[in-house]
Ligand binder design. Structure first.
Ligand SMILES: Nc1nc2c(ncn2[C@@H]2O[C@H](COP(=O)(O)OP(=O)(O)OP(=O)(O)O)[C@@H](O)[C@H]2O)c(=O)[nH]1
Length: 411
């Protein structure tokens, strides 16, 4: 039976767990955070039940303890799923944890088999590790910077970073540990009857189990930390409304691209896009209609541009696009294509929302050797101004010699 001191100790530890659970529930749900905290709480509960297993009623020491560990693993798997942007699948995981409890009870009360109970627990934890590894591999190549529901971010190279490799290594070690344990239980001449039976093997298994969960939780927290950093970087470098690059990021990228084009001797074109009479859309449909129009323009432009092109919102209704390895004539063709696509979009908008016509004025130019980017931008601005002055809905190109080379008429 439990001594009064032990009862107080268990009560204090339970209070601590309840505190952690409340912390988890009240914490801001950075993707996967609550699941990771829930996993820690359940893991501690499992440890507590095992530690006092010999004094506790068998139901707590066997079924509830195993379900706590299974729940900790399931919560970790759900956390990693959320971090990967996959559905957490809480209900199926909870059902599986319930099934673990039932199987442990079966192999405890009906057929008393330590090997069978161990096999159930090991298979479940191995499945958890496989699911975590899958979540990590799914994340590979996806940009962490992309907020959920945000505009599509450029694909990152499909390589594994240090944190992902650490988590995969841990998953591999844990699965190997469970396989070795099972092999030992099957092959040992005198296998133990319970983990609660003091032996070197039991100590090794309990130590490994106690370390496995924190190692995977650490991996999850490191992934989350990386995610938060990427997210902050994304927010700093992108326009929140359209997902285009921010003005500041655009100038950094422009300097890099300019240096690259000079190094490689490849052309670099610059396009300035401005919505025509945008104020009228705001005035007729409200600011929200204006925001939707800006988002649609950015979305369309992004869809028709190449992955290497860089589109930024410079402010208000003005966008800039850098087109690496593109001549002035090619950039004009891109401008024409954008206008044609927007014309279709505008027709749809007019039909659905009765908005005023939505057209674009576009100024295009190319960089010149030894010219600062500011001068190129000023020329693109002059081309845009010319397009506005010429009646809007036009693409006008200015060659580096400042000669208008292609005044264009809509249609
Ligand atoms: N909805 C919305 N409107 C914005 C935003 N930023 C700027 N604006 C509005 O965009 C409008 C830009 O007006 P103007 O610079 O006169 O441009 P315009 O009406 O397109 O006229 P032109 O460029 O000469 O064809 C202003 O009314 C701004 O208030 C935004 O983020 N959302």
């Amino acid at each position: 039976m439990l001594a009064t001191q032990q009862i107080f100790l268990i009560a204090a530890l339970l209070c601590f767990l309840v505190f952690l659970a409340l912390l988890a529930a009240g914490s801001e749900n950075v993707r996967g955070m609550r699941a990771m905290l829930a996993s820690t709480v359940l893991g501690l509960a499992g440890n507590l039940l095992y530690a006092f297993g010999r004094e506790l009623p068998p139901l707590l020491a066997y079924e509830v303890a195993n379900m706590a560990y299974a729940g900790a693993g399931a919560a970790l798997a759900a956390g990693y799923r959320q971090l990967a942007g996959l559905p957490a699948r809480i209900k199926p995981l909870a059902l599986l944890v319930g099934a673990v409890g039932l199987l442990i009870a079966l192999f405890h009360y009906r057929i008393d088999s330590f090997a069978a109970r161990s096999a159930v627990a090991s298979l479940f934890q191995a499945a958890v590790c496989a699911d975590i590894a899958r979540s990590v591999l799914v994340r590979r190549g996806a940009s962490l910077a992309q907020p959920l529901g945000g505009p599509p971010a450029r694909q990152a190279p499909a390589t594994l970073d240090k944190v992902q490799r650490f988590v995969l290594l841990m998953c591999g070690l844990i699965v190997t540990g469970h396989a070795v344990r099972m092999a030992w239980l099957l092959l040992a001449t005198e296998p133990p009857g319970s983990l609660l039976q003091p032996s070197i093997a039991s100590l090794a298994i309990l130590t490994a189990a106690a370390l496995a969960l924190p190692a995977l939780t650490l991996g999850g927290l490191l992934t989350m930390h990386r995610y938060i950093l990427h997210q902050a970087e994304y927010i700093a470098n992108h326009d929140h409304l359209t997902g285009a690059w921010s003005r500041k990021a655009f100038f950094d990228i422009a300097e890099r691209e300019l240096a690259r084009s000079r190094r490689n001797g490849q052309p670099l074109a610059l396009m300035l896009i401005d919505l025509d009479h945008f104020k009228a859309i705001n005035d007729s449909g409200g600011h929200e209609a204006g925001d939707v129009a800006l988002q649609l323009v950015a979305e369309r432009a992004r869809a028709s541009l190449r992955a290497v092109d860089c589109m930024a919102r410079l402010g208000g209704d003005e966008f800039a696009v850098l087109l690496p390895d593109t001549t002035l004539a090619q950039a004009c063709t891109v401008g024409d294509k954008l206008q044609a696509e927007l014309r279709q979009l505008a027709a749809a908008l007019q039909r659905h929302a009765g908005q005023p016509p939505l057209t674009l004025s576009i100024g295009v130019t190319a960089t010149q050797a030894d010219e600062p980017f500011k001068a190129t931008l000023a020329r693109a601005d002059a081309a845009l101004y010319a397009a506005k002055s010429a009646g809007r809905d036009k693409v006008i190109a200015l060659a580096p010699q400042l000669q208008p080379v292609r005044p264009r008429q809509a249609g």
